[in-house]
Design a protein around this ligand. Structure first.
Ligand code: PMP
Length: 405
């Protein structure tokens, strides 16, 4: 283990919190990450020096705010290797980005068309497609990926001339497994389907290159990659964004309005109605800078090593079911049959350890696993081996205390 997370911890003041009179051990990073001072300062600095509405006013502060806001778009475009700024649409987060696409494509779908998702999706990448299918008469099909996320030749049969959209996650938020993206994308392309990747659980851990992925859409939330809440990204290829009907209409997204008609603005503004989350975008750009200055592959290896360490520590305990893959995951999702997840969660919390117990917004996946939920410990760049060890020992204490016999 070579990466040293201790060097980063000072940049995250919240990590010094005492939670229930114990040092906080924050292992709920898949839900949201903590924010470095670099991001906090960017937010403060924006309000202290540049606050104004963007793109409208012809005055000093408005120019300054607009400059910083559009510079943030440039940085985010660079961060995901988008070919130009106009491919980056600001959204509230991944959920809004997926809804924008699902709504925007409605006019393209008809009865008999097929929308393909995988069985590993978060509700955010399921419900919008399901509802779109209800509205249009299209059929929602589920590619039955196993919890190992491996590619199986029979999956090819899910792609056919009716497949219009493939929407799949990059990494499962409930299990930490990677989906077989390369195969999925090439099958989708072979039948001319549009492709959307939900990168919510990938952006914090690996370098995203939308040009190399060659997907039509890629979405993520800023708050899961050390950025602020309330800001996210819809990346799209030009032709893919062009065919989206605007999800919302109003100011900013128009060029000219009369009582009889509206001429929409160019991309990216056509899909961004109303005053945007200006400081959120600036904060997200600061998060990109924070990540870019790290050795990304060393961080990812470290996070995976922590999860693998926990996995190996617990794997031979017959009371514990492990649902995450042994390797390549930055989280460990587990269950202890006979003990309520909430009781485990409460005990861990009493010892200052923050994890997530529940269905992780993935009810169908939980049903596939035959459980109502799992306990998930998810790692970020600032987590230490001591924290992983502490989690395991407190979990084992909890199991001992909460077992009936
Ligand atoms: N997709 C995945 C894989 C997620 O993990 C999440 C957040 N848990 C979302 C979508 C939705 O993100 P948000 O709530 O920030 O819109």
């Amino acid at each position: 283990m070579t990466f040293n997370p201790h060097l980063l911890r000072d940049a995250f003041p919240i990590l010094a919190t005492q939670a229930n009179d114990q040092p906080l051990v924050y292992l709920d990073n898949a839900a949201t990450t903590q924010k470095p001072t670099q991001v906090l300062n960017a937010l403060l600095n924006y309000y202290q020096t540049s606050n104004a509405n963007v793109h409208r006013g012809a005055h000093y502060l408005s120019d300054r705010a607009t400059g910083q806001f559009e510079q943030a778009r440039t940085q985010v475009a660079r961060f995901i290797n988008a070919p130009a700024n106009s491919h980056v649409i600001w959204t509230k987060g991944a959920t809004e980005a997926i809804n924008m696409v699902a709504y925007g494509l409605e006019w393209q779908l008809k009865a008999g068309d097929e929308i393909l998702i995988t069985s590993l999706e978060h509700h955010a990448n399921l419900v919008p497609w399901q509802q779109l299918a209800f509205r249009t008469g299209a059929r929602l099909r589920i590619l039955p990926l196993t919890s190992k996320g491996e590619w199986e030749p029979e999956y090819e049969h899910y792609f056919n001339k009716h497949t219009r959209i493939l929407a799949c996650t990059h990494i499962s938020n409930a299990l930490g497994v990677h989906t077989p993206l390369t195969h999925l994308l090439s099958c989708a392309k072979a039948v001319g389907a549009l492709t959307l990747i939900d990168g919510s659980q990938a952006v914090a851990h690996e370098t995203i290159d939308v040009a190399a992925l060659d997907c039509d859409f890629y979405v993520f939330s800023g708050h899961k990659m050390y950025g602020p809440t309330g800001i996210g990204v819809l990346y799209g290829k030009a032709h893919a964004l062009d065919i989206l009907t605007p999800y919302q209409t109003g100011g900013e997204m128009v060029r000219h309005v009369s009582y009889n008609s509206t001429e929409f603005n160019d991309l990216p503004f056509r899909l961004e109605a109303g005053t945007p989350h200006i400081e959120g975008a600036i904060g997200l750009a600061a998060a990109c800078e924070f990540l870019a200055q790290l050795d990304r592959s060393a961080v990812q290896t470290w996070e995976q090593q922590l999860a693998a360490w926990v996995y190996n520590e617990l794997r031979f305990d017959t009371r514990i079911e492990l649902y995450s893959p042994e390797q390549g995951s930055t989280m460990v999702s587990l269950g202890v049959p006979g003990i309520h997840l909430i009781d485990l969660n409460t005990y861990l919390d009493s010892q200052g350890i923050a994890v997530r117990a529940g269905s992780h917004c993935a009810h169908p996946l939980m049903a596939q696993l035959g459980v109502t939920g799992t306990l998930r410990a998810s790692f970020a760049c600032y987590n230490t081996l001591a924290e992983a060890q502490h989690f395991c020992s407190v979990l084992l204490d909890a199991i001992e205390i909460l077992s009936d016999d």
